[in-house]
Ligand binder design. Sequence first.
Ligand code: IPD
Length: 255
Amino acid sequence: MDRHDFARALARDAGKLAHRGFGTSATKMKGVHDVVTEMDQAVERFIRAAINTRFPGDAILGEEEGVSGSGDRLWIIDPIDGTANYARGLPRYCVSIGYMERGVPMLGAIYDPPHDGLYSAAKGEGAYQDGVRLAVSPCTAIAEATVECGWSTRRPARAYVDLLGRVLEGGGAIRRAGSGALGLVDVAAGRVEAYVELHINSWDCAAGIVLVQEAGGFTNDFFAGDGLMHGNPLLATNAALCSKLAGLLGIPITG
Ligand code: IPD
């Protein structure tokens, strides 16, 4: 089994495990509006054990336990993305597994347990939902576009309000559904035109970035600087609105 097949199978298995605690797993707070459940930790241990068994030389960066190992091959995992939804029994959460080689995002696998949806992409091979090829939205007008605006307390409330204002005054519609990884899935699947967040962590978006790019969309250079370890702003859009949205939101997309 190659790494792509492995990542897909692992995301699904991890998601089945996660779903056993949907809405019931014990919670504690890591910070303001930043919840962790016992299942986040159990699923991360499960994913780490599987990677360590199958690819023992690979490094792992996970939301709950940080970095282990070193070298050119790195897995970036979010055991449960959309934890606040998950803890409250809201069916919008997923398992996200990304993989990079020498700093280049190569693979993404995202499993959405409540809807039994498996999304994956490999660099140069397209993005798929359960075997069906994904493509970004063809929408060309911001006045017809929906932009998911991710939020956390890692940036000031005023900056988020300004971001919403830019989208709305530019003529777009906004939404926020609480999972960065599934927001990127929605861009890749053409369900929304863009996902933007002023600061997001690599485990939330490493897999989704590959999906968006392989579905014909564009992202800013999220991994620039120390994005991998400390996060960065993220803009992911369909192709047709890429330059308009990058200008409107002040997040450049090059290349
Ligand atoms: C969060 C979600 C949320 C995003 C935040 C993330 P978590 O991740 O992806 O949608 O806006 O930036 O921290 O805590 O649910 O894994």
